[in-house]
Write a new protein. Structure first.
Length: 182
């Protein structure tokens, strides 16, 4: 969780052209299945449109305030809005939001919490934890890690096992956590 605290994101101040940075915390639980926990899709679209615009200008050899890596960054932005972002993806998003004036250096946390409604959900957190601790590669996910780790009884549960709560019909997972200690 500490990787989501005091995230510092670089950005370019549009008035001065100076390279600056701002700091925020990611501490909201996002779950796009719950209406009061949904991120702001309009804000996501606005940022992605600005990333596309920068990428087009770059291809034409024009200067842009920030280097846009459209495919990689649009994926990172989507992860931010669906509760699946790794800390580096929050930095990418915040860099764009600051550079494009969607927020100010004085209020990035309020912007993330109240306007963009960014956060992380349980599977996003577990996946980021597994990546950060080297248990899965960045290109992999929880499913790969969980293979062959099923336990028949509670007594078999080990540290770093996943606990998955499902609906009674087992059609969909509802919550996931990782065992730290037993």
């Amino acid at each position: 969780m500490n990787l989501y605290r005091n995230l510092t994101a670089p950005y370019v101040d549009q008035e001065t052209g100076l390279h600056c940075s701002a700091t925020t915390d990611v501490h909201i639980y996002v779950n796009n299945g719950l209406s009061n926990r949904r991120s702001n899709e309009d804000e996501k679209a606005a940022i992605q449109n600005q990333v596309r615009r920068c990428a087009r200008l770059q291809r034409r050899g024009r200067a842009t305030p920030i280097a846009a890596q459209r495919t990689l960054h649009n994926r990172a932005i989507a992860h931010d809005f669906y509760g699946k972002a790794a800390p580096w993806e929050f930095r990418v998003y915040l860099s764009y939001a600051l550079t494009f004036g969607r927020t100010t250096v004085d209020s990035p946390t309020n912007y993330c919490d109240s306007i963009a409604k960014l956060g992380i959900d349980c599977s996003g957190f577990v996946n980021a934890y597994l990546i950060a601790t080297g248990r899965v590669a960045e290109s992999r996910n929880i499913t790969d890690y969980a293979r062959n780790r099923a336990r028949a009884t509670f007594a078999e549960v080990r540290p770093l096992d996943l606990l998955i709560w499902q609906q009674s019909d087992a059609s969909a997972s509802r919550h996931i956590a990782i065992v730290e200690n037993k």
